[in-house]
Design a protein around this ligand. Structure first.
Ligand SMILES: C[S@@+](CC[C@H](N)C(=O)[O-])C[C@H]1O[C@@H](n2cnc3c(N)ncnc32)[C@H](O)[C@@H]1O
Length: 311
């Protein structure tokens, strides 16, 4: 199967990264290499591009798409939360740019057997890293009703979360969940018919919630944001493309915190905290896709791009 994925906000992202031809850049979610190829294009033989992805299929696809790059290319199958270790392995202390194009690729969702999609019958899997031990089936079979409610409500922003969790627990009393379709039918049974008639597919939010939980996406993002600024050279840039409000909120708040000079309470007469801003936010408002891009690639509709520069 070809690796089908249209890179989102490509021109805007490359512009914001403002690549130096001899710089070191890390695409932390390299996927099929859509953004990485454009970054590599800006680099000469003195430049380096490191691509990280936890999904083997992505690394194989990126190898292919970057095969003609002039710059040095290193591809690493790992979780981006280990970026410090990855750089260490190549003897690199700091880099000129970091890109995070978060979430899943079209390839992942379109590969039925990966179990990301509510549209195909497949094992209920959803692991981006196929070496990870815990699948979506493990979560729906093992978590308590209240844990499931919390996950579906928080990560899926699903108002029917507690009913869905209740129906999941009732279903699994007979037999464990194995397939996506079993979960889809359970969700449909839990959401009243009237509420199901409008809006997105009834399983969309629950599937999003489980995918986030299986891959620990928000915790990984938060912990990575906490440690990446020292990995950037002064003047180096980091860009994040997010696809839902939970991710965007995490990036937005961390950028704000990193860009803050003084964190003393407003009624302090003089600064006593000695805090200094570490970055300058380049995108005062997140960049979103133009209508033309959304028409060509509906996935771009929810994309938000934020970038900051290390001071
Ligand atoms: C939206 S796709 C990236 C697409 C890529 N920019 C392109 O244009 O081809 C996101 C990729 O990030 C990977 N990914 C998500 N979370 C990750 C993590 N914590 N560590 C490493 N890779 C991750 C996924 O496996 C997926 O391949």
């Amino acid at each position: 199967m070809d690796f089908e994925h249209i890179p989102v906000l490509l021109t805007e992202t490359i512009e914001l990264l403002d690549c130096k031809e001899d710089g070191i850049y890390v695409d932390c979610t390299v996927g099929g290499g859509g953004h990485a190829v454009e970054i590599a294009d800006k680099l000469t033989t003195d430049g380096t591009l490191i691509g990280i992805d936890q999904d083997l299929a992505a690394i194989e696809a990126a190898k292919e798409s970057l095969s003609n790059a002039e710059c040095k290319v290193e591809l690493v199958r790992d979780n981006y939360k280990n970026i410090d270790r990855v750089l260490n392995r190549f003897g690199i202390d700091s880099v000129d740019g970091l890109l995070f194009d978060l979430g899943f690729s079209s390839h992942q969702i379109d590969t039925a057997q990966r179990g990301f999609s509510y549209q195909y019958e497949a094992p209920l899997d959803m692991r981006m890293d196929q070496r990870a031990s815990r699948t979506a089936a493990d979560l729906v079979n093992d978590l308590s009703q209240s844990e499931l409610t919390d996950i579906i409500a928080e990560y899926g922003e699903e108002k029917w979360a507690s009913r869905i969790a209740e129906f999941i627990v009732r279903y699994r009393q007979d037999k464990p969940f194995k397939l996506t379709t079993e979960l889809v039918e359970t969700i449909k049974a839990a959401i009243p018919a009237g509420a199901r008639r409008s809006g997105p597919h009834p399983a969309k939010r629950t599937f999003q919630a489980l995918r986030i939980a299986v891959n620990n996406e928000l915790e990984v993002l938060t912990k990575t944001l906490d440690k990446i600024v020292p990995l950037l050279k002064s003047g180096g840039r980091m860009a994040f493309i997010t696809f839902h409000s939970l991710e965007d909120r995490i990036v937005k708040h961390k950028f704000k915190e990193l860009a803050q000079d003084c964190i003393c309470p407003p009624d302090f007469p003089v600064c006593a905290c000695d805090e200094e801003a570490e970055v300058e936010i380049i995108t005062k408002k997140p960049i979103t896709a133009q209508q033309k891009e959304i028409d060509d690639n509906p996935r771009a509709r929810s994309a938000k791009l934020r970038a900051a520069e290390k001071l």
